[in-house]
Design a protein around this ligand. Structure first.
Ligand code: ZN
Length: 413
């Protein structure tokens, strides 16, 4: 029997249940699909014999506890994953299973005409000998982050079945709306009651992340003056021209397509307008807090320079911070990261530590006072039809959770 007998069946059950979040909604969770998923999950956690199964009223996260099997004074560890899926078709997901993949063949995704080709997706070469779970080409898979959900549950199930394994109290959290960037805003750190936590929400084997972007969003609205072109001399102010001027005033190559590693950027992601008015939406990103603040100043200065040409303010900037680099919190005490690093080394997994060019739920939760780096869950090509996950890597992710839980006790002695 497999070490984690329900890992894959749980995962397949989870992905088939649509729980996509809804960016347009202001409710918590953002979609009734998520509410339904969380309800079912609570039933499952209760049936598994977990303690304190409840839905937190503030955040809609479902919490549960694996009680300690030791009296040693150890840190309470939290493991967190999100149950919503990204902005891509998630109806009628039909996972395909490819057993003993050879690492080089093209995998046809159902009858969709789409395929996973190692020439396009070189990551496939890392999976020779693995059993892969893919989509049928019409939906995403939802390994992001139902792999994390299934892995945390399998770890809990394993510990409940093996009371001889010494571990401290573990708190589990399963939440909505990560993909629309709002779920963690409401995370209830006191109610969760962990000392350290990990999100299990990431890519390939070994990923361990504690550095994210600092992030802001800016909406630029531009007021023009629209008159007949024949009478426009000295009167017309073309909002679209000001929009072009504004974009041109930003550093030309500091965009997502031309930066990498720790290089930040300005990203124009929406532009909409007429002569009369225009609206531009940007995100601003940088790992370095000082450079991030400078970027926001540069951005405002671009607007100010255009406004200086007119008697009234034509370009309005509405900028708000979204999240910060969790490294700022974690580097004060790296123990939570070191615990995961050590656990991976003990399992012969090489930790892959690199700055995320994005954020995680842990970015926000860490700034709420609960240090929360991110562990791999195994998903590849996330957020679309090419998503896949390896069964073997999922099992390794469970191994890591268990190793962290047991090492935590050894550390305390
Ligand atoms: Zn995710």
């Amino acid at each position: 029997m497999a070490k984690y007998p329900h890992l894959i069946s749980d995962f397949l059950g989870f992905v088939k249940q649509n729980s996509r979040s809804d960016e347009a909604s202001t409710t918590i969770p953002s979609s009734p699909r998520e509410t339904e998923f969380l309800q079912k999950l609570m039933t499952k956690l209760t049936e598994l014999g977990l303690s304190d199964v409840e839905q937190d009223a503030q955040s809609a996260y479902v919490f549960a506890t694996v009680p300690a099997t030791t009296d040693a004074p150890v840190k309470t560890l939290g493991f967190i994953s999100h149950i919503d899926t990204a902005d891509f078709n998630s109806e009628n997901i039909k996972p395909q299973i490819v057993e003993n993949y050879d690492g080089q063949s093209i995998i046809k995704l159902g009858q969709s005409g789409f395929e996973l080709d190692p020439k396009v997706f070189s990551n496939l070469k890392n999976y020779a000998g693995h059993t892969l779970i893919t989509t049928d080409g019409t939906t995403l898979l939802g390994a992001d982050d139902k792999a994390g959900v299934a892995e945390i549950i399998s770890a809990a199930e394993y510990l409940l079945a093996h009371p001889e394994i010494k571990h401290g109290k573990l708190r589990l959290a399963f939440g909505p709306d990560e993909e629309i960037g709002t779920g963690a805003d409401h995370f209830n750190v006191p109610a969760f009651g962990a000392d350290w936590a990990y999100t299990v929400d990431g890519g390939p084997l070994g990923e361990l992340e504690y550095e994210t972007f600092n992030a802001a969003q800016a909406v630029v609205t531009i007021d023009g003056v629209d008159v007949h072109p024949g009478e426009a001399t000295g009167v017309m102010i073309n909002a679209l021209q000001l929009a072009v001027d504004f974009q041109s005033a930003l550093p030309a190559h500091e965009n997502p397509a031309e930066t990498s590693g720790r290089e930040g950027f300005y990203h124009l992601l929406n532009l909409d307008g007429t002569v009369d008015s225009a609206k531009l939406v940007y995100i601003i990103r940088d790992h370095d807090r000082a450079k991030f603040e400078d970027r926001k100043k540069t951005f405002q200065a671009a607007a100010d320079a255009i406004n200086a040409r007119y008697d009234v303010e034509r370009v309005h900037v509405d900028m708000k911070d979204q999240y910060y680099n969790m490294r700022e919190v974690l580097e004060k005490d790296m123990s939570v990261v070191e615990l995961a690093e050590k656990a991976m080394h003990e399992l012969d997994i090489e930790p892959l530590i690199f700055p995320v060019r994005g954020g995680t739920d842990g970015s926000k939760i860490s700034f709420m006072g609960l240090p929360t780096p991110n562990l791999f869950a195994g998903g590849e090509n996330m957020h679309g039809r090419f998503e896949f996950v390896s069964e073997q890597i999922m099992a390794r992710a469970v191994d890591v959770v268990l190793q962290i839980a047991t090492d935590n006790v050894k550390e305390a002695k």
